[in-house]
Design a protein around this ligand. Structure first.
Ligand SMILES: [Mg+2]
Length: 426
């Protein structure tokens, strides 16, 4: 028999055993969780339990045992219902008047979004300490990829997640539920399993069996009307999908058929998107003497090369370019342009910033500083993302720039650069 890895949710100690133990070897608590695959699982989903309502209860202790809903009064809907209110059948998105009918004592609180956002940020900081790969899904949930963090934290991802759960409770005062698995869709399903303050693990070995008995409505991306259609064909559980004729299924699910079948089997190749905490990267230079327009453009060109090299190092591609100018009279001018064209290549940065610069410069004004920055990042990890365009000239420029980057990386300097005039040729 393979060994079972046990973790105590109280003292966070881990031990192996061939038999199932319900008591902690160390602190004797009964709060023990065991799983065969604990050491291999590193994708987690963290979800705050009835977030808005939990925050309101935290801030007003007199509400502790009362049924509470956050939402619009009178004609509004419920945005979040606490676990006491849920016992009356109150759910999110239910009209407030209906919730009041179900529970006349219901305390309805107007949402304080700014306050919730502030708390959401505090939770984010706790998650960021555990891994750089945190992908927020909404104000109160996120995916985390903890692969490779064992050495740093000296514990497996499961224990890291339990630590986060405890820290959020002790520092912020609300409970969260954690799902741990080997991919995003399974981690999300796991976090829903024993709310509130839940911790649930789904391993690879058990995934298909576990899913087969579950209603198809749990599959990520299946809408209510699609579920209804499938139900009318006798497809109620995930296992029913596999026994159904593929072509008939395709008539309902269309191009998503294969994806849905894979999800129903526990296969999901989506990566946890590393949302960078870097919001922008910028470079600037101050002039020691007054410069002509042509000289400033030369400086701008050098800045573009520098900025591009930083973006390439970090694998960042932005959508917004900002130009900053400071006059000799210390007036600061900033101008931004946002477009869907990816910003990373030096020649793109230059042509865009040169345009901004030309719109701004005035005849009788001298400048003492110029800077450029790129923000609004999209990380360059999307396989479909193309820096090369249909445009032949642009392709040439990209290829030349990549070639020069390669030379520079080989000689370990940035001495080889593309002249500005190359970039100006259309
Ligand atoms: Mg939630």
């Amino acid at each position: 028999m393979t060994k079972l890895i046990h973790i105590c949710r109280e003292c966070l100690k881990k031990w192996d055993s061939k038999k199932i133990l319900s008591k902690c070897n160390f602190c004797q608590s009964n709060n023990v969780y065991f799983h065969r695959e604990f050491n291999e699982l590193s994708i987690a989903h963290l979800d705050c339990d009835s977030f808005y309502a939990a925050v309101e209860k935290r801030d007003n202790k007199t509400l502790k045992y009362k049924p509470v809903a956050v939402g619009g009064t009178e004609r509004g809907v419920v945005a979040a219902a606490c676990y006491v209110a849920r016992k009356y059948g109150i759910k999110s998105a239910m009209p407030t008047f209906k919730a009041k009918q179900l529970c006349p004592d219901l305390v309805i609180i107007k949402p304080r979004m700014e306050h919730y956002i502030k708390i959401s940020r505090q939770i984010r900081l706790i998650m960021d300490d555990a891994t750089p790969a945190v992908e927020p899904v909404s104000i109160d949930e996120a995916f985390l990829d903890l692969s490779g963090t064992e050495k740093l934290h000296k514990c497996i991802p499961a224990i890291s997640m339990l630590k986060i759960q405890k820290k959020i409770y002790s520092d912020i005062g609300i409970t969260v539920s954690v799902g741990l698995s080997y991919n995003k869709s399974m981690a999300k399903l796991a976090s829903e399993q024993n709310k509130p303050n839940g911790f649930f693990v789904l391993g690879k070995e058990e995934a298909k069996n576990w899913l087969s008995e579950k209603p198809i409505s749990i599959i990520f991306g299946l809408g209510k009307s699609t579920v209804k259609k499938l139900n009318s064909l006798g497809i109620h559980f995930c296992k029913d999908l596999f026994n159904f004729e593929y072509l008939k299924l395709k008539q309902i699910l269309g191009s998503n058929t294969l994806k849905i079948l894979k999800l129903a089997e526990g296969i999901d190749n989506r990566k946890v998107f590393k949302n960078s905490s870097t919001k922008s990267i910028s470079v600037e230079t101050t002039f020691s003497k007054i410069k002509s327009e042509k000289e400033i453009k030369n400086e701008l060109h050098l800045l573009c090369l520098k900025l591009s090299s930083r973006l390439k190092d970090k694998n960042f591609i932005g959508k917004t370019l900002t130009l900053k100018l400071k006059t000799t009279k210390f007036k600061v001018i900033t101008r931004s342009v946002t477009s869907n064209l990816p910003l990373q290549m030096a020649h793109d940065l230059y042509s865009r910033s040169e345009e901004l610069f030309e719109n701004e410069i005035k005849d009788n004004v001298d400048y003492r500083l110029i800077g450029i920055g790129v923000s609004n990042f999209k990380e360059n990890q999307d396989d479909n993302f193309q820096l090369n365009f249909e445009d032949e000239v642009k392709n040439k420029k990209n290829n030349l720039e990549f070639a020069i980057d390669e030379i520079n990386s080989k000689i370990g300097s940035n001495k080889t650069i593309i002249g500005r005039h190359f970039n100006n040729k259309k």
